[in-house]
Ligand binder design. Structure first.
Ligand SMILES: Cc1cc2nc3c(=O)[nH]c(=O)nc-3n(C[C@H](O)[C@H](O)[C@H](O)COP(=O)(O)OP(=O)(O)OC[C@H]3O[C@@H](n4cnc5c(N)ncnc54)[C@H](O)[C@@H]3O)c2cc1C
Length: 446
């Protein structure tokens, strides 16, 4: 058995894995990152990187490469709820004032290059078949390159950055909590020749649509619908997709004036769950640790932030003569605090509950108030803290005392125990669920 000791082995080398490997290698650790993919490699994911994620890429020195590859910056955004149309900009964050939507072929490759440049060893086309356990902890992985002989690699810590169906998480029995059923399907493709002046977000009854410029002068257009419609949707993907765009102002006309550049990607495999992210000799990062519906396009930014939180936690345990996982105790708390409110907001949106009059009233109150519109758009970007935005004080400030009294009276009149503005004000018990509650059966995409 070939045994080579690494400080950390990272399984999966896309946004979470490559970023973690890069950050740990920059701290002088001996890191091996492996992925069964060979880069550049696409994956089933659209790719809006929200402003806070872009700020991390900037801080890590990789944003310039995305820009140099011609990735357009998106500063102007239109949000159309069906009743109210708001145009504005995402608020700046961390010295960055734009969202970028780089193709994953580009973003993931740039991060893999950055991990290598930092000194990490990256093996592509390498399949991990099992996690190797010592007496009381994970001690390594067993895997092989295509056609190669399986071998064991050992490390003080094995990090699962292997996505929402994480093999590492399953092997170590990482407990799931705050799990919510998958509720949507997504269908997206790329178009050339579509007139765009920024990003566009549409909310329609049982539909969400996003359109963002990406590399090669293409526009990525994404449709989300309830998962219950999956069988009907898959019977005529293009028909359902275009029918949805027809509900979105003149978007369908602009699309028809252009050309579809790629095939449709469609999937109902959109789980929502947290997993406990560490244990003896192992840790999880990115989708392996928390995955949520893409309706708010947070996964990449979450993965990047999670990589930094995990790298900091690992580093905190260094040089104290203790196991690496000793520094991870606070990691779960920090991660969950950073992601929890957006997770609730996201799963609430993905439930496609019918809008309430109060929602429209609040959105309408933003008309003509540019700073407030930008702040509202910042909720979607993950810049404006959701808890703060949905606080009673903020709603009172936006609606005025009379406006607030009106919607409160209407809600009480409707016999509801508490009012809820969708998507602005939500209430969710922060309870944990048992490990296997409503567990996800994976459905393949095509
Ligand atoms: C349809 C859709 C649209 C989305 N749109 C957006 C969006 O617009 N913006 C956004 O921020 N997020 C979006 N997301 C979410 C985003 O794709 C994920 O959050 C992100 O990819 C998570 O990155 P990751 O590195 O944790 O995992 P992944 O990107 O899933 O990477 C995991 C890697 O692990 C490797 N791997 C797995 N098992 C093994 C093994 N046994 N051996 C070796 N390698 C292995 C895989 O090959 C893969 O490369 C979307 C997701 C979906 C499904």
């Amino acid at each position: 058995m070939a045994v080579r000791g690494y400080d950390v082995i990272v399984v999966g080398a896309r946004v979470a894995g490559a970023a973690t490997a890069m950050l740990l290698a920059r701290r002088g650790l001996r890191v091996l990152a492996v992925d069964r993919a060979r880069f550049p490699s696409d994956t089933l994911s659209t790719h809006q990187v929200q402003v806070p994620g872009v700020a991390l890429l900037n801080r890590w020195g990789v944003l310039d490469r995305l820009r140099a590859a011609g990735t357009p910056a998106t500063r102007q955004v239109r949000f159309d709820s069906g009743h109210v149309v708001l145009e504005g900009r995402f608020p700046a964050y961390g010295g960055v004032d734009a969202l970028y939507s780089p193709r994953r072929t580009l973003l993931d490759s740039i991060l893999v290059d950055a991990a290598r440049a930092a000194g990490a060893e990256v093996r592509e086309g390498y399949l991990v078949e099992e996690v190797v356990f010592g007496r009381d902890r994970v001690v390594g992985i067993r895997g092989h390159e295509k056609g190669g002989t399986p071998a064991t690699e050992t490390a003080r810590l094995v990090v699962g950055a292997d996505g929402k169906h994480s093999m590492v998480a399953d092997a170590v029995g990482a407990r799931r909590y705050r799990q919510r059923p998958a509720s949507t399907l997504v269908s997206y493709t790329y178009w050339g020749g579509v007139a765009m002046s920024g990003g566009e977000l549409y909310q329609r009854p049982t539909r969400a649509v996003a359109a963002f410029p990406t590399n090669d002068d293409l526009t990525m257009i994404y449709v989300e619908a309830p998962r219950t419609e999956f069988e009907s949707f898959r019977s005529d993907i293009e028909g359902h997709y275009l029918k949805t765009l027809e509900q979105c102002a003149d978007l369908a006309d602009r699309v028809r004036a252009g050309q579809r550049a790629e095939r449709f990607r469609t999937t109902p495999d959109l789980p929502n769950t947290f997993r406990v992210p560490y244990g003896p000799g192992w840790a999880l990062v990115g989708d392996a640790g928390v995955v949520m519906d893409p309706i708010t396009a947070q996964g990449i930014g979450n993965a990047l932030r999670d990589a930094e939180l995990l790298a900091d936690a690992i580093a905190a345990g260094l040089g104290r003569g203790q196991p690496f996982d000793a520094g991870l105790a606070g990691h779960q708390r920090r991660r969950d605090a950073a992601i929890g409110p957006m997770y609730d907001f996201t799963t609430d949106l993905a439930a496609f509950n019918p809008p309430r009059p109060a929602d429209q009233q609040l959105l309408a109150a933003l008309r003509g108030r540019q700073a407030e519109i930008d702040r509202f758009l910042g909720v979607f970007a993950g810049v404006t803290p959701i808890k703060e935005y949905r606080s009673l004080g903020n709603v009172r400030r936006l609606l005025g005392v009379h406006g607030l009294a009106k919607i409160t009276a209407a809600t009480v009149g409707a016999g509801l125990r508490s009012f809820r503005l969708r998507p602005l004000i939500t209430e969710h018990p922060e309870h944990e669920q048992p490990a296997n509650a409503g567990s996800e059966t994976s459905a393949s995409a095509w």
